[in-house]
Design a protein around this ligand. Sequence first.
Ligand code: CA
Ligand code: CA
Length: 588
Amino acid sequence: MNRFVTAATAAIVSFGLAGGAVAGVTEEDLLNDAATPGDVLTNGMGRDLQRYSPLDTLNKDNIQNLFPAWAFSFGGEKQRGQETQPLIYDGVMYVTGSYSRMYAIDLKSGEELWQYDARLPEGILPCCDVINRGGAIYGDNIYFGTLDARIVALDLKTGDVKWNKKIADYKEGYSYTAAPLIVNGLVITGNSGGEFGIVGEVQARDAETGDLVWTRPVIEGHMGTLNGEESTMTGTLNATWPGDMWKTGGGATWLGGSYDADTDTLVFGTGNPAPWNSHLRGAGTPSEGNTGDNLYAASRLGIDPATGEIKWHFQTTPREGWDFDGVNEVVSFTDKDGNKRYATADRNGYFYVLNREDGAFVNATPFVSNITWAEGIDETGRPIFVEDARPGNPLEADKGEMVFSVPSFLGGKNWMPMAHSQKTGMFYVPSNEWGMDIWNEPISYKKGAAYLGAGFTIKPIFESHIGSLKAIEPETGDIKWDFQNDAPLWGGVMTTAGGLVFFGTPEGEFIALDDETGEKLWSFQTGSGIVGQPVTYEFEGEQYVTIVSGWGGAVPLWGGEVAKKVNYLNQGGTVWTFKLPKQLAMAN
Ligand code: CA
Ligand code: CA
């Protein structure tokens, strides 16, 4: 593994300080992040979000020798869903906690170096627990978003605030929980709040000053900006939305995005159109001419990082009516035939492969069982809707016809990121098999209030399990194996050149599976439910693995009958760090 360390060192010398522009972490370091296991600078372990480590020191033969090195408690009374991914740089771990907290921890000892607690105002409106999904490192700063819809730059060494900027007004229902993305010196953020009739947007700021460079709203009819001036309108006004519904059209970009350096494209997903009641967003009279597809909600967007212009779009669920947000991460990869592709596993239960040049549809296959709302995906990538499976129009009664729908609104897959192995070529997708009763209700927009027009309750569909980690071959969509879990899976996945697939369960187990068979090779009970994202890295010649444990997130709040089933799980907030001691690395 020494060649990776050498490459990282060389990159810092030739592109960092020698370049003179930026001290500390450079664009070149971010570009190489996936291949340099001495640090983890980006969410996704590389901006293509593969979550694949080239480290093979720890492998199937010696995983039994992986032991805890240290544990760190977030402390306080704020033990809520810990969905974060730690970052590793220059002997320090940077990790965010619930309630918009950031910690710097000594990588060797596990001691705290500094802590930053955002002062959150009364009246914030996070929909799905007080979570945070991680930071981003660039230059001498670490960046992260706060629940009051702000983005903060902190000094890496001291935790002092360099700048603190408002993304949007939390009183309107906006918040921010995703890890920021850094490309060419720009800090790129989305927004949260899709259940409050907000408008999804992507923003780019100068990393040094925090000044806005461009904004790109994602719902048609809204105007973008570039360098403080209006740039272009998103889409075409009233092409796919009736009347004024686009003004509060949702499409929150709440999971952040990825960056495909090969095509110089930001890829962001967009959430549900608002409100949930799709009958209010349908096509109008023929003279109005709109299609009712509600662009660009429930879509993936390719965006030019320099200007914020939309290069392409792919809509997973036109006139979405089940809360199938289209935000899920888009992973750049090269398939077995050498084609450059994107893969994304949607809330709607289908696994999509797209072309990286233009976002064009390649194929889609179901990755969960018993899907009710569509018969399949046609050759253009559009769902073949089952019209009776759409919740009914609440025309005269106060409640439309209820339907039972699979997946549930929390999705065949929710926010929790999948991983792609360059070794096996497969995707490891954390999925959930569940359904819901859903019905529509009348609704009108009120600033800062929930804007759903729907009621729902989630139910299991199998006795045996809800959670299902699946190994999927992207060329065919074939599911090679699955690992079933009683509770819904809600944490991220990571895979390694050592042939391991890491993830955690709400029951608290941190698990390593065999990447080819799905066999459980190792596990460790962390004492609270895992909804975090694992990382691995090399430090002082040894391989480490870290996961944050702390149950919470959307399931206990919104899970209906499933929430009752898992209400025995304990909350928490602990960073668990494991290592393979050098003297045991060769042992079997
Ligand atoms: Ca790295
Ligand atoms: Ca949503």
